[in-house]
Design a protein around this ligand. Structure first.
Ligand code: ZN
Length: 100
């Protein structure tokens, strides 16, 4: 079932549940949520990035950590200058240069 993210339209009178974005599992056919299930405050649907299932749990920052990137077989480069990149994680050449 897809996961939808909602958040209170305004922060005024929003409860602890809806003051921050919260996820709701809904069928595609379900009506979109119009009010917070906890306090009834009007909520809006938030478009979020697709949840990447890498088999790990944790915050996106830990999922995208250099250790995790390498563990999952990805390579990450950091731009150090125009046309020059330095490897920060994974396999591959240590540097990439547009002049090579
Ligand atoms: Zn609420």
């Amino acid at each position: 079932m897809p996961l939808y993210t909602y958040q209170a339209i305004s922060q005024d009178r929003a409860c602890g549940n809806c003051v921050l974005p919260f996820d709701v599992m809904q069928k595609l056919a379900d009506e979109r949520l119009l009010a917070c299930p906890e306090c009834g405050h009007p909520v809006k649907k938030i478009i979020t990035a697709v949840h990447l299932n890498t088999g790990t749990t944790g915050s996106p920052s830990s999922t995208l950590s250099e250790k995790n990137i390498a563990k999952n077989g990805f390579t990450q480069y950091r731009k150090v200058a125009k046309g020059h990149y330095e490897k920060t994680a994974g396999k591959g050449p240590d540097t990439i240069s547009a002049d090579d």
